[in-house]
Design a protein around this ligand. Sequence first.
Ligand code: GCB
Length: 602
Amino acid sequence: MIWSKGNHLMRRLFFALLLLAPIALSQTAPVQIGNIAGRATTSLNGAWHAIVDPYDTGFNYRFFEDAKPRDARDLVEYSFDASPVLSVPGDWNTQRESLMFYEGTVWYKCAFAYRHRAHTRTFVHLSAVATRAAVYLNGAKIGEHEGAYTPFDIEVSGTLRDGDNTLIVAANNRRSKEAVPALNTDWWNYGGITRDVQLVEVPEAFIEDYSVQLAKGSGDEIAGWVQLNGSAPATQVTIEVPDANIRQSATTDDTGLAAFRFSAKLDKWSPASPKLYKVIVATASDSVTDNIGFRTIETRGHLILLNGTPIWLRGISIHEEAPYRGGRAFSADDDRTLLQWAKDLGCNYVRLAHYPHNEGMTRLADSMGLMVWSEIPVYWDTDWTNPATYANAEQQLRANIARDHNRASVVLWSVSNETPIKPERTEFLGRLIATARQLDSTRLLTSAMNRTSNSGATRTLDDPLGASLDVIGLNEYLGWYEGKPEDAASIEWKLAWDKPLVVSEFGGGAPYGNHGDREVRWTEEYQQWVFETQLAMLRKIPQLAGMSPWLLMDFRSPRRLIPGVQDYHNRKGLLSDRGEKKKAFYTLQEFYREMKAQEAGK
Ligand code: GCB
């Protein structure tokens, strides 16, 4: 929560869009550096000594000092060096059997050598720590963070020593009703330093972040901003797109912000042609290179338009669960395996449920041509009236948008999943939606809803939240949690708004290889039948603009307890966690083939 740069983004947009008078910058404003992949970094990944501390003893005993007994009689009641190691990145649960169900604190220590280079500043970048992190460098606390799926940066320029340094992270994944998500989720509560840790070196005056995107509503104008940090007012910034013969400049105001808008002739990014341009943002002292796609995304009535043309979202939901080895996914190989399976299914879109996935995922989606629904973990019941809960949710939203606001693949920001209809919920989510719109006016806002008004065979999706969304997300489990698959034949769906509908979830569970009569639950045949009847029902909905059934691959869940069938796994995957394709995979693949052919024929 503490190390956000959300307020930076707000400030930029405030200036860039409203062109109001500057507001003084707070010197201590936290920073989230954009485009870490384009920076000079030193990886701190590896084997870190780790102390499992279920009673939080380390805060009293000051584990963060990494003390060693001075002599044979000295009492130091802990030892990092004698404690076994855990791999970073990686959840702790799947690294040691005794930690599979562990919910508590683990202290991690990394020792590294450093040599300061003149005229540079250094940050520690933590791509994700689940769920709360307290971070210490050479015995002193340097920051803390809450939220298991978003990155944070801590400046250590004055704190790093030339020579040996010790970084200690206390990670805690205890659930709480005030947290986001709260106590109950249908996925594993993986703990630990689950994504990369890096030292990031930047010049004294550096490019903190930038937005280089097509202007809202325009196919031939780029609009955006560059935020400098540590620079003098009126610094010149250049924006270059060499392959489009673009070289433009802009000048910063006294907050370090330079806004720009210029015309540009560009080949548009799309799933059929995921063109990325090399973009160079530079000042006299700093330069960052990115690969950015340019596309527009809008709605008209119940259509979703990509680059002005209607597009139907052939999707699948994905959890950030590692194929083959299990546990939290984090590597480029994990990401590629998952997204390639989505491509094999015929997808042009993926829903990254239910939280921001690692940053490699959206970059890969950019280059593979997959549109992305990106979500924050406001899931099921939440402490709607608690200001700290709201602040945490908003911080996760800000960090997610800050991280991915230059990714062409991301077309939808989702603020929540399956929340109960009550005024305090609608107020909470309404504030998140307004914040997302302020931060990023170019993408579509959505939420996965599941409450309907039912009358006979008619189901009306009229959750009041829908009024403030661009795209209506619907999760429904007819034929699985409710009724029988064949009931789908007589159900009619209505929407309270003339807006696009994306059915964000439907499905049923079957362990791979469990065959039998389709009337028998948990067989692949039953799961396939659910898909057949659902597809027949859903395609009749006039507003249907896409779908992302539940889901690509089986994943771990502490709520899934049938031995021999679930074994702590949600089995609704179209593939097993070993990559075996179930029968329903082919049913959906065939449907997507047909949808694609229809689109091509239009
Ligand atoms: C849902 C939730 C998802 C669950 C799924 C299920 O509605 O959004 O997180 O995993 O159903 O399998 O029950």
